[in-house]
Design a protein around this ligand. Structure first.
Ligand SMILES: C[S@@+](CC[C@H](N)C(=O)[O-])C[C@H]1O[C@@H](n2cnc3c(N)ncnc32)[C@H](O)[C@@H]1O
Length: 299
């Protein structure tokens, strides 16, 4: 069993890859690997590629420990992702650290045994919403999303929330009674599970999907988004740019996009090539609200 996106050093029919990420899962499945979002069943050993979020890293160790019983768990991670601290925390729970080696700016360690059940992922209440450890902004609403909310007009018809996370924006969008459908599109299965818990409304449709390729059956009147702009620690503005392309593709001819971004992010050029009219409002906290009108038809 392998947690994260690393390809295990065994034959394809002998491994299951556990990942909450839809883009990762799609890529691995297209290469012939078996993938799941949560381990079911047992395994002889587990390999964990450390995620950046510490709480998620711990929850993967707990899930791996349940799956392998007395088998070996190998953890491979970067120092900047806290691999040394994690090694210390694991050491405190097992007598059996079997080995560890430094590797470039990281470390690989392997162990067996120990009790980790209290590290299993648990939803926790953050004041009216519930989140799993490791999802985006797990401790409370993001300040960019709050800024966007303050600039939303009355909404109606079909709306999509691209990168919906645990549902903060979506719940507010559904306060608009004229919204007939809200499509929550989210790549992180753990975040989507939280959204399903947080957004209880018959108009909500949940999609575990890659927003850069997602296509609804019917086009939208409005797209709302606070798009991601990094992957792990790496800045990746092209992800937000791809979200803008999706918004233009899924909107009706007179549809509108409302998005928030950190002011330095380079989204205007993409907006100009995909929409006819763009307005930008700077807000406090270093954000900008971008409103784009009338997607340009693609020839
Ligand atoms: C900046 S967060 C905003 C979350 C939420 N809308 C909020 O306001 O709290 C961006 C979200 O996009 C999700 N995401 C990242 N890449 C994605 C992709 N390719 N497709 C769909 N969602 C993605 C992340 O998991 C994250 O939840």
């Amino acid at each position: 069993m392998c947690f994260g996106s690393a390809i295990p050093p065994v034959a394809k029919d002998k491994a299951v890859i556990v990942s909450p990420s839809r883009p990762e899962t799609d890529a691995l499945k297209s290469m012939g690997w078996t993938c799941t979002t949560y381990p079911d069943g047992t395994a002889a050993m587990a390999l964990i590629t450390l995620p950046r979020e510490k709480a998620r890293a711990k929850s993967w160790i707990a899930q791996a420990s349940q799956a392998v019983g007395a088998g070996v768990i190998v953890v491979d991670g970067a120092k900047t992702d806290g691999v040394d601290t994690l090694l210390g925390a694991v050491k405190a729970r097992t007598q059996s650290i079997l080995g560890h080696v430094p590797k470039a700016h990281g470390r690989c360690f392997w162990f067996c045994g120990g009790k980790f059940d209290d590290w299993l992922p648990k939803m926790r209440d953050i004041g009216g919403f519930s989140t799993y450890p490791g999802v985006f902004s797990a401790d409370g609403p993001d300040s960019g999303s709050r800024a966007l909310l303050a600039h939303l007009p009355d909404l109606s018809g079909r709306v999509a929330d691209l990168g919906a996370g645990w549902g903060f924006l979506s719940r507010q969008i559904l306060k608009h009674e004229s919204v007939s459908e809200l499509h929550l599109v989210e790549a992180d299965n753990d975040a989507l599970a939280c959204a399903q818990h947080n957004v209880c409304d018959a108009r909500a449709r949940f999609h575990w999907a890659d927003a850069t390729t997602w296509a609804p059956q019917t086009k939208m009147h409005t797209v709302i988004m606070n798009p991601p702009f990094h992957e792990g620690r790496k800045g990746k503005p092209e992800l937000g740019q791809a979200f803008i392309q999706t918004a233009a593709r899924i909107l009706m001819p007179k549809g509108k996009l409302y998005m928030v971004a950190n002011r330095h992010l380079p989204y205007e050029a993409t907006l100009q090539t995909t929409f006819s009219k763009i307005t930008s409002i700077n807000t406090s906290g270093g954000f900008k609200i971008l409103v784009a009108d009338t997607p340009r038809l693609r020839r």
